[in-house]
Design a protein around this ligand. Structure first.
Ligand code: PEP
Ligand code: MN
Length: 340
């Protein structure tokens, strides 16, 4: 739709699509709304419909989307999508930092993590309660008790929260405690989970699978959008490395400008899982923002040495503070800002 399209003009486009027994989906953007048809259109009506829509008032242009992912594509939605979660805006000029420990371990740990996160200028408190551990003998997370602690710590400090959900039947439970659902790298193609998270309508941060192509990643995001969820954040968190002797994964920074070009969705980068080594995290975090990331997810633990998971990649509170102040100096060069 054109920038000045009215509500009534948008509705008219939706009605014209629905009159052909097709589904119409409105995607609000920063400055304009796009209306998509998230299904295949019978070839015999395709040209006809495009022509009809092109003549309606308020329509800027009609595009056929050539990418395999449709709703996630920038061909469909030219302006950046803005995802707003309780006043925290993703995809705009402000860079959002999500931080906290890998896992909720105790209320004291989370209270301290939340205090540090808030003081440093982060806007989202992260921590896992249902943990996707490689080994069944590793700490599996505090589960619902952990979600209660996360919610309390976030509420007390005025931070919104994010936590991972691993299975479709827990979407409702996790969603009742957190502001953003996290779908982890290992579950990027858990289709029943994507469908359920899509239907929930809750904001979702989708992490890229460690062996996934960009198309597979965006098709996974397409599941969320297709099930009527428009609050989707993409997260690059590293892919399988060529060489594990130095880093756990290889942060694919190429993915940032690529995703920003082919998709309109906000892009978050997680340099903690991306490298697995806390001393590399600040350099990668700054590089990610320079590459165009809209936000960062950074693991930070009040005492990384004692962490029950991912201590080696977790920043200390001081290291987070230092990184945030460097980020605050970098942001203006990129015409961006960091809250505080
Ligand atoms: C996490 O965020 O703690 C996590 C398990 O991430 P990933 O799914 O990217 O491995
Ligand atoms: Mn982790």
């Amino acid at each position: 739709m054109s920038v000045s399209a009215s509500e009534a003009e948008i509705k008219e486009v939706v009605s014209a699509i629905e009159a052909r027994s097709l589904k119409a989906l409105e995607m609000p953007g920063g400055e304009r709304v796009a209306v998509g048809i998230p299904s295949s259109i019978p070839p015999e009506i395709r040209e006809d419909l495009a022509q009809e829509l092109g003549t309606l008032p308020g329509v800027d242009h009609v595009a056929h989307v050539s990418r395999p992912f449709k709703l996630a594509s920038r061909e469909f939605h030219r302006s950046d999508t803005i995802v707003e979660v309780k006043g925290v805006v993703f995809g705009g000029p402000e860079i959002q930092v999500m931080t906290g420990p890998c896992a909720v371990e105790s209320y004291d740990q989370m209270r301290e993590a939340a205090r540090v996160a808030k003081e440093a200028g982060a806007t989202v408190l992260r921590a896992g309660a249902f943990k996707p551990r490689t080994s069944p003998y590793s700490f599996q997370g505090l589960q619902e008790e952990g979600l209660k602690i996360l919610k309390r710590a976030g509420g007390e400090t005025g931070l919104i929260t994010i936590s991972e959900v691993m299975q479709p039947d827990l979407v409702e439970l996790v969603g009742s405690y957190v502001d953003i659902l996290q779908i982890g790298a290992r579950n990027m193609q858990n289709f029943p989970l994507l469908i359920e998270a899509g239907r929930s309508g809750l904001p979702v941060l989708l992490k890229r699978g460690p062996s996934s192509t960009i198309d597979e990643f965006l098709l996974a995001a397409e599941y969320l959008l297709h099930h009527d969820n428009r609050k989707v954040l993409l997260c690059e968190r590293g892919v399988h490395p060529l060489d594990r002797s130095y880093t756990r994964n290889t942060l694919d920074l190429n993915a940032v400008p690529v995703l920003k070009e082919v998709s309109h969705l906000p892009v978050i980068v997680d340099p903690s899982h991306g490298s697995g080594v806390s001393r590399y995290v600040p350099a990668l975090a700054l590089a990610a923002v320079a590459a165009g990331a809209d936000g960062l997810m950074i693991e930070m633990h009040p005492n990384p040495k004692a962490a029950l998971s991912d201590g080696a990649q977790s920043l200390t509170p001081d290291q987070l503070q230092e990184l945030m102040s460097r980020l605050r100096r970098l942001a203006p060069v990129l015409n961006r800002s960091v809250s505080k």
